[in-house]
Design a protein around this ligand. Structure first.
Ligand SMILES: [Mg+2]
Length: 325
């Protein structure tokens, strides 16, 4: 999920002084870095704003045209930049006010010219460490967000997350009257599958069905694990007839092939209840309740079938019942 921790090796160097560029290039290469060297601020900015830019930069403060300070300011002006650039300013200025201005502009560190090589090397190690810490933090955040919203077994949205999606669709319907339907798909006789083939096989059945459903839905549909063997699908812009066509595609695809799990060939079917948002089903709980009632009827009528909530009349919509494949 997160980018691998790779040591920071690429460094952008911007300096208008040829001697300084040569010294920096030699030192950085000797220390195992891969320097990208430019002689002005504009080129530095262009490179740093590109995707896949070096995350570490050594910028000379004083350069004609755009100076190092401006480059940093521009870089920090966009708070949505996906990754952080650690900037070390090189300056012949030594006044306290100048240094504070550099740090205020967003530089992470500074070094006075002429610089001591070992000091520069140590400062770069600090920069690399900070970048690595930042990468780990972002990674931990992404992982915890993923865990909080996804079901560990199926990889689908978990119950809370899919209800969130539904809640947003209900709000949109209230605002803009954009129609959508929900389908609750329930694995038939799932307890028997667990009892006959064991719980590990049962888990595998759920994983395979999750993948199958995802592959059959449109890109803008959402599916989540609603309960043990129950899945909730939200199909935007679909009335009940169109949503029933999506549900039928899922039902027939699952019923068509037996699942080969270990040495077993397991016949699996699902029953699906469909309901559509409308004046009579205008809340999260009402639309779910209606789909649940339709599902209950599908079970009663022999399972392996799709039933539509009777209070959801077909309407003229723009639902495209096409699969991703
Ligand atoms: Mg200069």
């Amino acid at each position: 999920m997160c980018a691998e921790g790779i040591g920071v090796s690429r460094i952008l160097v911007a300096d208008d002084d040829a001697v300084s560029r040569r010294v920096l290039g030699t030192l950085l290469t000797m220390w195992g870095y891969e320097p990208e060297i430019v002689d002005n601020g504009l080129d530095a900015q262009r490179i740093l704003l590109k995707e896949g830019a070096p995350k570490l930069a050594i910028l000379d403060w004083m350069m004609p045209g755009m100076d190092g300070l401006q480059v940093v300011k521009e870089l920090r002006a966009d708070p949505n930049r996906p990754s952080y650039t650690y900037v070390l300013l090189l300056t012949s200025k030594g006044q306290k006010e100048d240094i504070l201005a550099g740090l205020d502009a967003g530089a992470d560190d500074y070094l006075k010219k002429p610089f001591d090589a070992q000091q520069l090397r140590a400062r770069l190690r600090v920069g690399s460490r900070i970048l690595e810490l930042q990468r780990r933090l972002v990674c931990a955040l992404e992982t915890s967000e993923y865990r909080a919203t996804h079901d560990f077994l199926s990889g689908l949205y978990n119950r809370a997350a899919i209800i969130d999606v539904l809640t947003r669709e209900v709000s949109r319907w209230e605002r803009e009257h954009t129609l959508f339907s929900v389908c609750i798909a329930d694995v038939d006789h799932f307890k028997d599958i667990n009892d006959t083939y064991g719980h590990l096989a049962g888990d595998e059945v759920l994983k395979r069905l999750s993948l199958r459903m995802q592959s059959l839905l449109r890109t803008y549909d959402s599916v989540g694990r609603y309960g043990g063997e129950e899945f909730l699908i939200i199909a935007p812009h679909c009335d009940s007839v169109e949503a029933a066509a999506i549900a039928e595609r899922i039902r027939s695809s699952i019923a068509m092939d037996e699942l080969r799990i270990d040495q077993f060939s397991i016949a699996v079917t699902v029953s699906v209840g469909v309901s559509t948002i409308g004046s009579r089903n205008g809340t999260v709980s009402a639309v779910l309740h209606a789909a649940d009632a339709a599902l209950y009827r599908a079970k009663g009528l022999g399972r392996n079938r799709v039933e539509i909530d009777t209070t959801s009349p077909p309407q003229n919509t723009v639902c495209a019942v096409v699969s991703r494949r």
